[in-house]
Design a binder for this molecule. Structure first.
Ligand code: CAA
Length: 283
């Protein structure tokens, strides 16, 4: 199956990054969201990223213009009626994703593959909401999408080999390296990453160290590009909490209990970079 038209649901930090790499690879992209204000913000971010690459001499102005011209936006999901492949990158809420997949299943052509960028919601649970479980798959990009090389490709029990192969090849076309994972809570990336971030929050909660010291230990001691608390702020503390809840619910194992301090930050609206405050201040 040749993929020409590529749909992205959600124009937030993951969605606009995915739209950018898809358009840069030559695909015609339709990026949707619920408000024009959100899609405009997505385009603004893509423009900023591309312009930065042009100013550093890493991209030609013409390539930037071509990439941008390949991205259209919409606030009406029905416009996804002629896409060949969709990535859903909406907010990490199960009820919302279920509704989006039910709608996409009704709107998109029968041959279209419907993938999700979910960081931890089971692929099988999403697939069961549609009449095409063989064409449902996880395509999990990392943040920031244009920079990070990995795509975790997650097979549900019902995902067909053909769907898997197409998604795997598409990840490579985007310039990424795919890794295969099966459908268990948190898959591979977040099964390993989130407990580390959660433990860093416990270190702060129990006054083992200040944020700067916790992050310095992991940066300079383990050569991580950024410390776990700074990374949590980048990912979004609400997303981190949601992933820990999924691990805890999925395995019923106390080692995955979210740190109470993480919950308190989220309840207070301190969500990291996107809200201007998390473990660090961004205002
Ligand atoms: N969007 C696009 N490009 C960005 C960017 C962004 N938000 N942030 C940085 N970049 C680009 C810069 O422009 C720069 O590009 P060039 O190499 O072309 O000049 C490059 O990335 C390096 O940036 P900086 O020099 O400013 O800073 P850095 O070297 O510290 O790198 C970083 C920044 C890439 C974010 C690095 O700190 C890093 O790799 N951090 C870890 C990120 C990570 O672990 N991501 C995974 C999160 S988990 C996840 O996403 C899954 C989930 O489900 C939660």
């Amino acid at each position: 199956m040749e993929i020409k038209k590529f749909g992205v649901i959600g124009s937030g930090q993951m969605g606009n990054g995915i739209a950018q790499v898809a358009a840069a690879s030559g695909l015609e992209v339709l990026m949707s969201d619920i408000k024009e204000e959100f899609t405009a913000k997505g385009i603004e971010n893509i423009t900023k990223n591309l312009a930065r690459s042009v100013s550093k001499g890493k991209l030609e102005q013409l390539q930037m213009d071509t990439t941008l011209s390949r991205i259209k936006t919409t606030v009406d999901l029905k416009d996804m009626a002629d896409v060949d492949f969709v990535v859903e990158a909406a907010v990490e809420r199960e009820d919302l994703k279920f509704k989006i997949f039910e709608d996409l299943d009704a709107i998109c052509p029968a041959h279209a593959i419907l993938s999700t960028n979910t960081s931890s919601i089971p692929i099988g649970r999403i697939a069961a909401r549609t009449g095409r479980p063989d064409k449902i798959i996880g395509m999990h990009f990392m943040n920031p999408v244009p920079v990070m090389k990995l795509v975790e490709v997650i097979k549900g029990l019902a995902t067909s080999e053909e769907t898997f192969e197409i998604t795997w090849e598409l990840s490579k076309k985007f310039g990424k390296t795919p890794a295969e994972a099966n459908d268990f809570p948190g898959f591979i990336a977040n099964r390993i990453l989130m407990p580390m971030i959660n433990e860093a929050v416990f270190c702060l909660y129990q006054s083992v160290g200040k944020p700067e010291d916790i992050d310095t230990v992991m940066k300079l001691g383990m050569n991580h590009p950024m410390g776990p608390l700074a990374l949590a702020d980048l990912i979004g503390l609400d997303t981190c909490l949601a992933i820990m809840e999924t691990l805890y619910d999925g395995f019923k194992d106390s080692k995955y209990r979210p740190c109470p301090l993480l919950r308190k930050y989220v309840e207070t609206g301190w969500l990291g970079r996107k809200s201007g405050k998390g473990f660090y201040d961004y205002s």
